[in-house]
Write a protein of this length. Structure first.
Length: 544
C-alpha cells in the first residue's frame, strides 16, 4: 500500500497506555450494580449478566493462561480510532501469549453470522496502526438479535478456537453485545463477549463512560472545516452558510463544534424539544438573527444544524413515533414503497396527518419510509440545511413586505459527516482507543463477559487514566423499538443543565450578533501539548 509521508511518520507513533495497564493486572471489584431503568425487567431478561460489579484494573499478578484466540467485530458507522482499538487488543492478547491469535469478522456482525473472517497477522496490523477508517476488516449494520444468528456465530467461534468476541459499536451494537453475552452465558458455551464504546455522535456516555471514541477527532475535523468556512464567510461577507452536522439523535457534535468555532447560530435539538418549539419557531429564531446582523450591515453568517433536529421537533417526533408503529405492522411491511405511503396516510391520526402534509414531500417520504436495521430514521439523508434556509428566505421575504429591514440573504449549504468519520485519529483518540483495546484483552484474561471496556479520567495525562470494565446491563432500560418494548442502552442526549450547554447558552447572544469566529485549524500530531493533546471542550467543561 502506497503511503504519504504523514502516514509513514504516524505509523511509528506509539500510543500511550494508562500506567495501570503497563504491567500485570488484577480486577478490583466494586459493589453489585443496577440497570439505569426498568430494573426488574432487565434483571429478568439478563439473569446471567445482571448486577455484576464495576471493575477497575490495578497492578497484581496475572494468572497464567493457556493460549487462546479472540474475535473482533466493527459495527455501525465508522469512527476515528477503530484501528487503534484493534491494535491495542492485538498487542494486549499477544502480550499475554505470543501464540494467541486475533480474527476479524468481515463487514460487521454479518461476518460472524456468514462465517466471513480473516486472521489479523502482525504484518496486516502494522499497516493500520494510528490510521483512520474501519477498512482493515470493514463494518456493517446487521443487527444481531436472533437465536439463529447466535447459533451460527458459535459454530465459527468454536471452529476458530475463539474464547472471546469483542464488539466495537455504539449503543445499538453494544446492546446486541449484551444480548449475545447473556445468551452464550445461559447456554454455557464458554465464549465471552466484550463491548467497546464507539460513535462519533458522542451519545454513548454515562457516569462510567466519559466519551465514545471518535467524537474527539470527528469534532476537530468538522471544526477545522467550519473554521475555514467562517474565514471565507468573513472574507467575502456575502453568504449565510447553513451547515448540517452528523449526530443521528443527540446534538453533542453540533455543540462541541460551536464551542470550538463560535458560529453565529447553533441549534440544539434537545433544547428545541424542551421548549416545545415548532419548525416555524426555529425558522423565526434564525431569521431574526439574520435580520439583526443585516441591521448592522453584516449580510453573512454561519448556522450549525444537528442532523437529528427534525426528530426532536415535538410535533414531528409524535408523527415519527406513530409512523414507526404503523410501519412495524405486518400489513405495512408487505407493501411496496408507494403503497406504504398511502397505507401510512390512511392510518395516522388527523393531527399527525396535518403535520405530515405540511412537510416538503422529500422530507415526508424520508420520515415515512427508510429505516436502518435498528429501526432509526436515516436522518443523514434529510437535507435539513436546505429545508431551513428555504424557510428562512420565505420568512424574510414576508417581513420585507411588512416593511422590516432584512438585508440580503445569499446562502450556501454544507453537510459534514462522512468527512470526519474516517479521519486519522487525534492523539487523544489514538491513545484512548489503543487503551480501550488493550484493556479489553485484560477483561478477557480476567474471564469477564457482558462488560464494556472503559477508560476514565481522560482529561488527565494518559498515564493517570483509569482502566476497567462496566457491566453493559448497568446502562440499560426498556424502550420502544420497531413497535415493541426492548432492552436497550440509554442514549446520552445533551443535558441542558450540563456545563457544556450552559457555557454555550451564556455566549450565544454575543456570538449571534458579533462576528466572534474562532478558526481552530487542522488536528496537529506533534508540537506543544496544548495544541496536540487537548480533549474536546465538552469533556473539559464536564470535568471542570
Ligand atoms: P453510529 O451510531 O453507528 O456510530 O453511526 C453514527 C453515524 O455517523 C450518524 O452520525 C449518522 O446518522 C449515521 O452514522 C449514518 O450512517 P450511514 O452512513 O450508515 O447511513
Amino acid at each position: 500500500m502506497e503511503k504519504s509521508a504523514l502516514q509513514i511518520a504516524r505509523a511509528a507513533y506509539q500510543p500511550k497506555l494508562p500506567k495501570a495497564l503497563l504491567g500485570p493486572v488484577v480486577a478490583k471489584e466494586g459493589k453489585p450494580t443496577q440497570s439505569v431503568g426498568n430494573q426488574e425487567e432487565i434483571k429478568a431478561l439478563f439473569p446471567n449478566t445482571y448486577g455484576m460489579p464495576v471493575i477497575e484494573f490495578v497492578p497484581g499478578e496475572q494468572k497464567q493462561l493457556e493460549p487462546f484466540n479472540v474475535g473482533i467485530i466493527l459495527s455501525g458507522g465508522q469512527a476515528p480510532g477503530g484501528h487503534n482499538v484493534i491494535s491495542g487488543l492485538f498487542d494486549g492478547v499477544k502480550s499475554l501469549n505470543p501464540a494467541n491469535k486475533l480474527y476479524g469478522f468481515i463487514l460487521g456482525p454479518g461476518g460472524l453470522v456468514d462465517h466471513n473472517y480473516m486472521e489479523i497477522t502482525p504484518e496486516i496490523m502494522d499497516e493500520y496502526r494510528n490510521t483512520g477508517g474501519f477498512d482493515i476488516i470493514g463494518s456493517g449494520r446487521t443487527k444481531l438479535e436472533e437465536v439463529d444468528q447466535f447459533e451460527k456465530g458459535i459454530q465459527i467461534l468454536r471452529e476458530l478456537g475463539i474464547k472471546a468476541l469483542v464488539i466495537i459499536g455504539g449503543d445499538d451494537s453494544n446492546t446486541n453485545a449484551c444480548v449475545l453475552a447473556e445468551y452464550y452465558a445461559a447456554k454455557q458455551y464458554g465464549v465471552q463477549v466484550i463491548g467497546c464504546p464507539k460513535t462519533i455522535d458522542g451519545d454513548l456516555k454515562n457516569e462510567q463512560i466519559e466519551t465514545s471514541f471518535g467524537f474527539d477527532t470527528a469534532c476537530k475535523t468538522y471544526s477545522e472545516l467550519i473554521g475555514n468556512i467562517q474565514r471565507d464567510c468573513n472574507s467575502a461577507r456575502k453568504y449565510w452558510h447553513f451547515i448540517k452536522l452528523m449526530g443521528r439523535s443527540a446534538s453533542h457534535i453540533a455543540l462541541e463544534c460551536a464551542l470550538q468555532c463560535q458560529p453565529n447560530i447553533c441549534l440544539i435539538s434537545e433544547e428545541v424539544e424542551e421548549k416545545n418549539m415548532s419548525l416555524d419557531d426555529v425558522v423565526t429564531y434564525i431569521a431574526q438573527a439574520v435580520a439583526d446582523r443585516a441591521a448592522e450591515g453584516n449580510n453573512f453568517g454561519t448556522v450549525l444544524i444537528p442532523e437529528g433536529l427534525i426528530e426532536f421537533i415535538p410535533a414531528i417526533k409524535k408523527l415519527i413515533a406513530q409512523l414507526n408503529d404503523i410501519l412495524a405492522t405486518p400489513e405495512a411491511q408487505n407493501l411496496g414503497r408507494s403503497a406504504q405511503i398511502d397505507f401510512v396516510k390512511n392510518h395516522i391520526s388527523k393531527e399527525n396527518l396535518e403535520v405530515f402534509n405540511s412537510l416538503p414531500t422529500s422530507v415526508a417520504r424520508q420520515l415515512a419510509l427508510d429505516r436502518d436495521p435498528h429501526g432509526n430514521v436515516q436522518v443523514s439523508l434529510i437535507e435539513t440545511e436546505k429545508l431551513l434556509s428555504a424557510m428562512v428566505a420565505v420568512k424574510l421575504e414576508q417581513w420585507k413586505k411588512e416593511g422590516k429591514y432584512v438585508g440580503k440573504f445569499g446562502t450556501q449549504h454544507h453537510f459534514f459527516g462522512y468527512e470526519g468519520r474516517c479521519a486519522a485519529p487525534s492523539n487523544y483518540d489514538a491513545d484512548y482507543c489503543y487503551s480501550l483495546g488493550f484493556n479489553a484483552s485484560r477483561l478477557i484474561a480476567n474471564g469477564k463477559t457482558g462488560y464494556m471496556s472503559v477508560v476514565r479520567n481522560t482529561t488527565a495525562p494518559a498515564a493517570e487514566w483509569i482502566a476497567g470494565g462496566v457491566p453493559i446491563t448497568m446502562m440499560m432500560n426498556m424502550e420502544k423499538r420497531n413497535g415493541k418494548m426492548k432492552p436497550v442502552i440509554r442514549k446520552a442526549l445533551v443535558e441542558l443543565d450540563g456545563a457544556p450547554f450552559k457555557f454555550f447558552a451564556s455566549k450565544r447572544a454575543e456570538w449571534a450578533k458579533q462576528t466572534a469566529y474562532v478558526y481552530p485549524g487542522p488536528i496537529q500530531y506533534w508540537g506543544p501539548t496544548e495544541v496536540c493533546d487537548q480533549p474536546t471542550k465538552t469533556l473539559q467543561l464536564e470535568h471542570q
